[in-house]
Design a protein around this ligand. Structure first.
Ligand code: KG4
Ligand code: ZN
Length: 342
């Protein structure tokens, strides 16, 4: 009998549900939340209300897109954390009710581990190479920036991480300084395509080991824009392409420097990207080029699997199901959920 997993994601501002059968995707429905745009960032209270409205129709659509009835679902996987508490509560409570009413296993999933496991989602009629263990994953999202050594599906070790802002946060905060809408990462990516990445220079931070830091870049970008606007009002508008290209180039260089060092130190040449910032064209190209030059095998997820989605929750729950790693009904969401390590 097939193992059919319903995955639920509600950690931030996307309500998503997905059905996966024996590791193969049947559906992946994502409802974004436009309501935050005018505030320039996610408003937690509004996010949880929107999840509450979206979750039932999103799950119904995911099941009907997959052609699966509720009684055919083997287990339900949900994001336990990290994320916004009010948002996580909606997905957690829904999943508990769903599992209890059907008397099926409930499986908690770490959102970050799930971002990494998108590389194992199979699709009908598509053959996608999967990374071999151990591999290195650069996980770059709005809330996290980590270099992870992935030993197997459920055993991962953090080799380096940001000591302040995440890479996605750096994109979004700098975009806000230029007056771009939220989330700013995709906008910077768009304007950067038309700009010169070497037009402006921004300093790289020096942090010990394999850790990252992005708060200094944001501050120097702020002062740079303020000074240039004072000298010549309209500077940002006139130079938006070059500003975006130079900023993106700097962030990508910072990310690549430690990734390259970790590959060198460990000798592991299977290299994957994951998380929302993995949608960035500059980063995708840079990893591809480093890979070609240094004989790495590179794995870059499809754009839809980079930002938050429930297919990644379902695939992680699938591997946990195979190991019997089920949760009790009294499980609670964790806003700061420790990354699985071992
Ligand atoms: O993984 P994700 O959907 O949510 C979190 O778990 O944080 O990542 C969202 C982040 C945002 O900061 C967004 O600006 C960034 O990913 N992002 C991008 C691009 N697409 C999304 N950053 C740069 N370039 C992009 N194309
Ligand atoms: Zn995420």
């Amino acid at each position: 009998m097939s193992v059919i997993i319903l995955g639920i994601e509600s950690s931030c501002d996307e309500t998503s549900a997905s059905v996966i059968s024996d590791g193969t995707l049947l559906s992946n429905v994502i409802a974004g939340q436009e309501v935050h745009r005018k505030y320039g960032g996610v408003v937690p209270e509004l996010a949880s209300r929107a999840h509450q409205q979206n979750i039932v129709p999103v799950v119904d659509t995911a099941l009907s897109d997959a052609g699966i009835g509720r009684d055919q679902v083997t287990a339900v996987g949900f994001t336990r954390g990290p994320g916004l508490m009010g948002s996580l509560l909606v997905g957690t409570s829904f999943s508990k009710g769903f599992a209890l009413s059907l008397n099926i296993p409930l499986i908690e999933v770490n959102h970050l581990q799930a971002h990494i496991l998108v590389h194992f989602i199979k699709e009908h009629g598509v053959s996608i190479a999967q990374p071999a263990f151990p591999f290195i994953c650069l996980l770059v999202s709005g809330g996290h920036t980590q270099l992870v050594i992935v030993k197997n599906h459920l055993s991962m070790e953090i080799a380096g991480q940001t000591i302040d802002d995440a890479a996605g946060e750096a994109f979004d905060k700098c975009a806000k300084l230029m007056g771009l809408p939220y989330p700013g990462g995709p906008w910077i990516d768009k304007y950067a395509r038309e700009g010169d990445p070497k037009a402006f220079f921004f300093p790289r931070p020096s942090v010990g080991g394999l850790d990252y830091s992005f708060s200094g870049l944001k501050t120097s970008f702020l002062y740079f824009l303020r000074d240039r606007e004072k000298e010549s009002p309209g500077f940002i508008k006139e130079n938006i392409n070059d500003l975006c290209a130079s900023l993106q180039y700097t962030i990508v260089q910072i990310l690549m420097y430690n990734l390259d060092r970790l590959v060198f130190d460990t000798g592991i040449t299977e290299v994957a990207l994951a998380g929302g910032v993995a949608a960035n064209s500059g980063l995708r190209n840079a990893v591809g080029e480093y890979g070609k030059r240094n004989k790495w095998r590179v794995y870059i997820p499809k754009p839809v699997y980079t930002t938050d989605n429930a297919a990644m929750i379902a695939i992680t729950a699938y591997y946990k199901y195979l190991q019997g790693a089920w949760s009790a009904q009294d499980v609670t969401p964790e806003a700061r959920f420790g990354f699985c390590s071992g």
